[in-house]
Design a protein around this ligand. Structure first.
Ligand SMILES: NC(=O)c1ccc[n+]([C@@H]2O[C@H](COP(=O)([O-])OP(=O)(O)OC[C@H]3O[C@@H](n4cnc5c(N)ncnc54)[C@H](O)[C@@H]3O)[C@@H](O)[C@H]2O)c1
Length: 349
């Protein structure tokens, strides 16, 4: 295959800000169409993508203008139908995080994609921060030794103030709040560095309970979490302590994760994308010395290029990461977190 034809389903914020520009910069991608329930959004996205077609009905577009792949950037409640329609058309699928509204949906999407033999991709974007990939290599090479801790937080401040009701504050559309929006990223990073979470306990809290409905003086209830806190254990025995929240003052989009092991530690901070604070090896650990390490050229990847390159190369779907299987693992952790927060009990995965 020399070039690929792509359609977008749900063509708003992330598709226009990330999917379209990254795929255009790849050089071997042509956009066939952009779909969105809002026609103006579809038309605007098509203009940015150089796509000749747009519309509100993605099923019709899939039929009329065949593509090799789609990217799905709808609200969470619409991921399942969009992905299943794309799979029915036999195309490769990139679907935004969190993959689904439930484990049952994520399982059905993952097994149908496997049955079809197509490439799947879930843009857990922070897997493509060079420092995150450097840390992955350090762990895989054994430089941290046996892991003891993954201790991190992801803070935003966008639940503060009296901003209007948005879909992200509504359970029926978003599924969850900080958990799916931010926690899914933190869980995916934990999965990248340390593997599977096998047991956990969690607490979720909503600080701002209602918001004004835009254009009216009425208020509607916020029925999702603003904050989620998790402690737990990985399959490899390391302990985790994670916090994802929309109520960290002064934080626009801040992540800090310390990963520690018997031989050393590292601190990932997404405000320094290409560098890690590290303490590696016996003299450093014994004398509590830290230094800064730079990511290598191989750690600089563009997320959507990974998806496009895999399609062009015909890579085996299981080798393209993060794929739906990773999305499903993250979904299982999210659902366990919700169960634990409701029951107050530890949950085994
Ligand atoms: N990977 C990341 O870092 C990252 C960052 C932001 C958002 N996201 C994810 O991207 C997705 C979209 O978020 P956003 O910020 O772009 O939201 P958005 O509201 O800007 O865009 C969502 C779009 O989907 C459209 N839509 C809703 N239902 C639809 C349907 N049935 N068919 C077609 N279009 C439909 C809406 O009209 C809207 O234009 C979410 O899954 C979100 O969690 C990921």
């Amino acid at each position: 295959m020399e070039r690929i034809r792509v359609g977008t389903i749900g063509s708003g914020g992330i598709v226009q800000a990330v999917h379209i520009p990254q795929l255009l910069s790849h050089g071997k991608v042509d956009f066939a169409w952009c779909a969105d329930v809002d026609e103006t959004t579809a038309r605007t996205a098509a203009g940015k993508a150089g796509a000749p077609n747009w519309g509100t009905d993605y099923r019709k577009l899939l039929q009329e203008y065949p593509v090799d792949a789609v990217t799905v950037g709808t609200t969470h409640v619409a991921h399942f139908d969009a992905v299943m329609a794309a799979l029915e058309a036999g195309v490769h699928v990139c679907c935004e995080k969190p993959l689904a509204m439930s484990v049952a949906e994520a399982e059905a999407m993952t097994s149908e994609a496997r049955r079809r033999g197509v490439i799947t991709f879930v843009p857990f974007s922070y897997w493509f921060v060079p420092a995150a990939r450097l840390l992955k290599d350090l762990i895989d090479e054994g430089f941290l030794g046996r892991l003891t801790h993954v201790n991190g937080y992801y803070g935003q401040g966008n639940a503060f103030g009296d901003g209007p009701m948005r879909w992200r504050f509504q359970k029926a559309i978003a599924g969850s709040g900080a958990l799916g929006d931010l926690g899914s990223h933190l869980i995916s990073l934990t999965h990248l560095w340390g593997g599977r979470i096998v047991r956990l306990t969690a607490h979720m809290k909503t600080f701002v309970h209602d918001r004004v409905i835009e254009g009216t003086s009425e208020r509607a209830p916020v029925d999702v979490d603003d904050d989620v806190q998790v402690i737990g254990e990985l399959e490899n025995g390391a302990l985790i302590n994670l916090s994802a929240s929309r109520t960290y003052a002064g934080r626009a989009n801040f992540q800090r994760v310390e990963v520690s092991g018997f031989e050393g530690g590292a601190v990932y901070d997404n405000s320094h994308r290409a560098q890690l604070e590290v303490c590696l090896g016996t003299p450093w650990a014994r004398w509590n010395q830290w230094t800064t390490m730079q990511a290598l050229p191989r750690h600089h990847l563009t997320q959507m290029h990974v998806f496009a390159d895999a399609i062009l190369a015909g890579t085996a779907p299981e080798a393209v990461l993060p794929n739906f299987q990773v999305g499903l693992e993250v979904q299982r952790v999210m659902e366990s977190i919700e169960r634990s927060a409701i029951s107050g009990q530890w949950v085994e995965l």
